[in-house]
Design a protein around this ligand. Structure first.
Ligand SMILES: Cc1cc2nc3c(=O)[nH]c(=O)nc-3n(C[C@H](O)[C@H](O)[C@H](O)COP(=O)(O)O)c2cc1C
Length: 203
């Protein structure tokens, strides 16, 4: 990686395997506070955070999202054995993480528009802000020597994730971050080099 990249940015990797040891709640709260320093439109704070660190919470979340994914895969025509394999692996991933931080979006502080295009753009801004917040959270975890991995699942089924955890109706889960102590045996993918000239233009 280029020496122009700050080391703390390069140090964050998606780590998908954890030691069983739990992460103290105040430590996770520090990461959530870091998330809440993210830029957000109109000085809003459209995100809400749910720390899922109980066996019951993880099971409910995994089962709720899994049921929805199972139905979607069935509708896609995926064969039953493959559906079981995918849904079971996802279930193990979620229930096996010491802590899950669920990033939710609300309309709190966002503008409302009479037309669908601007309404969609406004929600898009909130989503961008949630992404920035999740990156803050993961950078803070990496800085503390902890592992994290962003899991896409809830963005495909926000209502199922919300209802599985009995969250308020207006809290819509969009990002799921697994957090824990890194399994030293885990080997991550080698990061491909950044083809800067393909990814960056100048005018
Ligand atoms: C929105 C989003 C969704 C992701 N979903 C998943 C996921 O469902 N499962 C997973 O293992 N990794 C997921 N990742 C992690 C990416 O695979 C990972 O960031 C990418 O491969 C780059 O690796 P790095 O994070 O180690 O730099 C997701 C990342 C983002 C930003």
């Amino acid at each position: 990686m280029s020496s122009r990249v700050p080391a703390f940015v390069e140090a964050r990797r998606s780590i998908r395997s954890f030691l069983p040891e739990s992460v103290p709640r105040p430590v996770i709260d520090g990461f959530v506070e870091a998330a809440c320093l993210a830029p957000a439109p109109h000085h809003s704070r459209p995100w809400r955070w749910v720390v899922v660190d109980t066996a019951d919470g993880k099971e409910r979340l995994a089962a709720g999202m899994g049921a929805r994914w199972r139905a979607d895969l069935g509708n896609d025509g995926v064969d039953a054995a493959r559906v079981d394999e995918l849904v079971d692996a996802s279930h193990r991933k979620i229930t096996g993480a010491p802590t899950i931080v669920l990033g939710c979006l609300t309309w709190d502080g966002l503008d409302r528009y009479p037309d669908a295009d601007r309404q969609r753009a406004e929600w898009g801004m909130a989503l961008l802000s949630l992404g920035a917040a999740v990156e803050n959270l993961m950078l803070a975890a990496a800085d503390a020597g902890l592992a994290s991995c962003w899991v896409a699942a809830p963005i495909f089924c926000p209502e199922a994730a919300r209802d599985a955890l009995d969250l308020p109706e207006e809290w819509l889960p969009h990002a799921c971050v697994l957090v824990g102590h890194p399994d030293p045996a885990y080997v991550g993918r080698v990061r491909p080099p950044i083809p800067l000239d393909d990814l960056r233009a100048r005018r």
